[in-house]
Design a protein around this ligand. Sequence first.
Ligand SMILES: Cc1cc2nc3c(=O)[nH]c(=O)nc-3n(C[C@H](O)[C@H](O)[C@H](O)COP(=O)(O)O)c2cc1C
Length: 363
Amino acid sequence: MQKRWDNSGGTGTPARQAASGDTVADKSVRPTRDFPSSLQIGGVRISPATVLAPMAGVTDTVFRRFIKNLGGCGLIMTEFTSADGVLRDQRMRGRYLHFYEDEHPISAQLFGSSPQVLADAARVVEDLGFDLVDLNLGCPAKKVVKCNGGSGLLRDLPLIRKIFESVRAAVKIPFTVKFRAGWNDDEIVCVDLARLAEDCGLCAVALHARTREQGYSGNARWEWIASVKQAIKIPVIGNGDIRSPEDACAMVAQTGCDAVMIGRMAPANPWIFRQIEQYVTTGSYTEPAEADRYQMIRTYFRMLLEEEMPGAEGKMKQFASWFTHGVPGGAALRKAIYEAKSGEEILGNVENFFEKRAAVPVT
Ligand SMILES: Cc1cc2nc3c(=O)[nH]c(=O)nc-3n(C[C@H](O)[C@H](O)[C@H](O)COP(=O)(O)O)c2cc1C
């Protein structure tokens, strides 16, 4: 079954192909000289101006450190975390809000609909040592929207104001919001919402340029990011459909946004942040060779096993399916991984696969 966020189809495919190990420059899209080198969110400096998007089930501490170690990513964020849960359940804090020192700067994303509960949860986040706290106003999932969280709130700007004011008053760390453009095409609120955020003292906004009704279908409409950028002075982080360094530069050029945020492409091409940095400074970037891909997947899987992450096997299977699309023989590897009974067995399958490939002479 294809999940609504599953990027194994068209959206996960890089914008253009290149031979492994090649350094390539796409002549049609020039790197913009204006690509920001850093971003200031309140007292926190983010450099480079790139953000790993929060992704439930993906951006746990292992994935975040894995991306950070590959280089080029300025800010990482937790997956969205229930404000209610954070206050009620100690285990939930351990599971969703655990991070390591080498993850700074790091932002914790909360969802909920009660101004008081969100303020109390933001205080917990601050006490845990997070550098920023973010409010999720974008999640389209029915179970979140039903209790008025995520994108459900987009229809209630007065309640959003109360939440903004309450959380802002509760913490000293920078407070940001990530939202969609509106509930549907008839109810686009992104500019009003961004102004409200600025008015209430938030330090930055991130816009996923789709409506709630769109889910993950169709294209992100970057013109909404441009409209938000023109309307406010606090930093604007653009998000939606960046699949290559060329896309990242194009978003900055077309919208004037202060940073770019990348979601689904990160598990498919974890080097994308480093490639953006390379592209912006040199005009070209390196495609990973097969040996790099092998090291990468092995490192990530080992990190998952060492961390004894709950659900590690499921994460390995999901990651393998994203990551092996486009790899010759990837279907056979995916099948072996899906049939494996333990994390060690999955890792063994990956090692076998790449060792066999390394033994085949290139013709
Ligand atoms: C698996 C998955 C989980 C997601 N979970 C969250 C989340 O917890 N919080 C959030 O604000 N957005 C979440 N999103 C949305 C992403 O942060 C991002 O806005 C969206 O994927 C568009 O960016 P992209 O085109 O670069 O993927 C999720 C997306 C995916 C694919």
